[in-house]
Structures are given as structure tokens and as C-alpha cells.
Design a protein around this ligand. Structure first.
Ligand SMILES: [Zn+2]
Length: 78
């Protein structure tokens, strides 16, 4: 699994934890111009990181793909 995949998993876990999957998915949709409606023109290619993360979270919530157990962010001070 790549570092980018770990980041996607980390955001997906965050979205699931805070019950924000549907809200984020509703905002980050494919715009008419081909970019993300939520991120705007600066997002680059579709899907944006949030849209990729909401898709990943939905797979995990369906139970067909566990999120990575390899957090990217450090745990913080002990
Ligand atoms: Zn977006």
C-alpha cells in the first residue's frame, strides 16, 4: 500500500469517526468542468482527495475493505 493510500485511509477513518461521510460526499462531486465542485478549480484531477476518501470510507462501512491499520499521522505527545 502506498503512502497516498495510507493518507486516503486516514481521511476515510476520520470521516467515519465523525459521521461526516455523507456530508463530504455530497459536497465533493464531479463538477460540469471535470473538477471537484467542493474543492473548486484548484483541486486538479478528479477525484479529489476527499472524494477518494469518501469512496474508501463507504467501502469500509460496507465491510468489504478494512481501513489500513498503518496511520500516517504521528500519535502526538505521550
Ligand atoms: Zn473535492
Amino acid at each position: 500500500m502506498s503512502a497516498a493510500d495510507d493518507c486516503i485511509d486516514e481521511v476515510a477513518r476520520f470521516l467515519v469517526t465523525f459521521g461526516a461521510v455523507d456530508r463530504a460526499a455530497a459536497r465533493h462531486v464531479l463538477a460540469a468542468g471535470g473538477g471537484c465542485a467542493g474543492c473548486g478549480p484548484s483541486a486538479g484531477s478528479w477525484p479529489c482527495a476527499v472524494a477518494a476518501s469518501t469512496a474508501r470510507a463507504r467501502v469500509a462501512l460496507r465491510g468489504s475493505g478494512a481501513l489500513s491499520a498503518n496511520p500516517v499521522m504521528p500519535a502526538g505527545p505521550a
